[in-house]
Design a protein around this ligand. Structure first.
Ligand SMILES: *Cc1c(COP(=O)(O)O)cnc(C)c1O
Length: 358
């Protein structure tokens, strides 16, 4: 039984055109023909769950999202396996994180059952938009929620809208990056919104990202907001390091985002002879460890690139430093390949992480 009522487009993308897009996707440029939408009204709850043609939304200019930023989102992918079946990876975790993000921003939580149904039903309908698996191609899924009540008073809104759009994504061969340890910006403070996946965090990160680029770095490494001493995460990814005594160490949860990729890699670590460790890491420990060789490899992780190798650091106080020989390390490559193999059905799914859609 479907929870989303289907209203089909009269103008689907012509098959030849779609095939060309899906064969060589450009991230975030092309969208599947349909999207899932639902509306929330105080007192009535979530209703009118529907799958409709992807198109423009009309919002009143006083809609709360435009003024006070009540917006949250998620990101996950649908993977095609060699037998043509289509799967999601741990979508229940995205569903639960979406609820906790909503709670932090005083938004109406979108029920897990509806969240999963929107993914299942949209991906099943748009299965032709899921690329063939070669070259790590997949269908990127972007659930999000906004406050659409037209009201300029400052309080949580009474009306919300949920949306789910889908965009094919290409081979994301992550170029190794250097991280800029910014002296000027922090990402999150104790009691702040660091644990919520909200657009406002991203708006606030752009200045730091541009500062990093101006210093020849591909990403920012944020330190904590209170002491400016403890590693937090990169702008959009969690941070991990491999030590020379076989530990996979990552900052403990607190003001960072609880990444699905982070959790999955910690779970896989023992299969690679690594002990997973979640604890505070100071910038001094990182710097001394990289200098002495105790920190053998560093990388960032998240759904988009799975793992992005980090081959160096740069900071105004301490200058540039390379990790190891400046090349992606063997553990970094092995872990990345392992997770991709599970997602694309080439390795055994021992933890029951995959959810079949088609
Ligand atoms: C989404 C996100 C991540 C990665 O989470 P995944 O669930 O692994 O994709 C890490 N940090 C931030 C700030 C994020 O927004």
């Amino acid at each position: 039984m479907s929870l989303f009522e289907l209203r089909r487009t009269d103008h689907p993308t012509p098959e030849v055109e779609r095939a060309a897009i899906v064969a060589d996707p450009v991230f975030g440029k092309f969208y599947a023909d349909h999207m899932a939408v639902a509306d929330y009204t105080e007192g009535l709850g979530w209703r009118d769950a529907r799958i409709i043609p992807t198109g423009q939304w009309q919002l009143h200019p006083a809609a709360a999202v435009f003024h006070y930023g009540q917006e949250i989102f998620e990101g996950l992918k649908a993977y095609r396996h060699a037998d043509s079946s289509v799967w999601l990876f741990r979508p229940e975790r995205n569903a639960r994180r979406f609820i906790s993000s909503a709670e932090r921003l005083e938004m109406a939580p979108f029920p897990e059952e509806l969240f999963l149904a929107s993914l299942d039903e949209l991906v099943a309908l748009e299965q032709e938009w899921v690329p063939q698996p070669d070259g790590e191609r997949s269908l990127y899924l972007r659930p999000f929620e906004i406050a659409d009540e037209p009201y300029l008073g400052v309080r949580e809104a009474k009306n919300y809208r949920y949306g789910l759009i889908a965009s094919p994504v290409g081979a994301y061969y992550p170029a190794p990056v250097k991280l800029w340890i910014t002296p000027n910006y922090t990402r999150a403070a104790p009691g702040g919104t660091g644990t919520a996946k909200c657009g406002g965090n991203y708006a606030a990160s752009l200045a730091a990202a541009n500062e990093a680029a101006a210093h020849g770095c591909g990403q920012v490494l944020y330190l904590d907001g209170a002491e400016h001493r403890w590693l937090e995460e990169c702008g959009t990814m969690n941070f991990m390091m491999v030590t020379n005594d076989d530990q996979l160490v990552t900052p403990a949860l607190g003001s960072i985002l609880d990444g699905v990729t982070r959790d999955s890699l910690l779970t896989l670590a023992p299969e690679h002879g690594l002990t997973p460790v979640e604890r505070p890491i100071s910038i001094d420990e990182l710097r001394d460890g990289v200098a002495s060789g105790r920190v053998a490899e560093t990388f960032a992780c998240g759904t988009a690139a799975v793992i992005t190798p980090i081959v160096g650091f740069n900071s105004p106080e301490h200058g540039a430093q390379a990790v190891g020989n400046g090349e992606p390390g063997p553990r970094t490559r092995e872990l990345r390949a392992h997770l991709l193999d599970i997602q694309f059905g080439r390795a055994e799914d021992r933890h029951g992480w995959l959810r079949r859609v088609v």
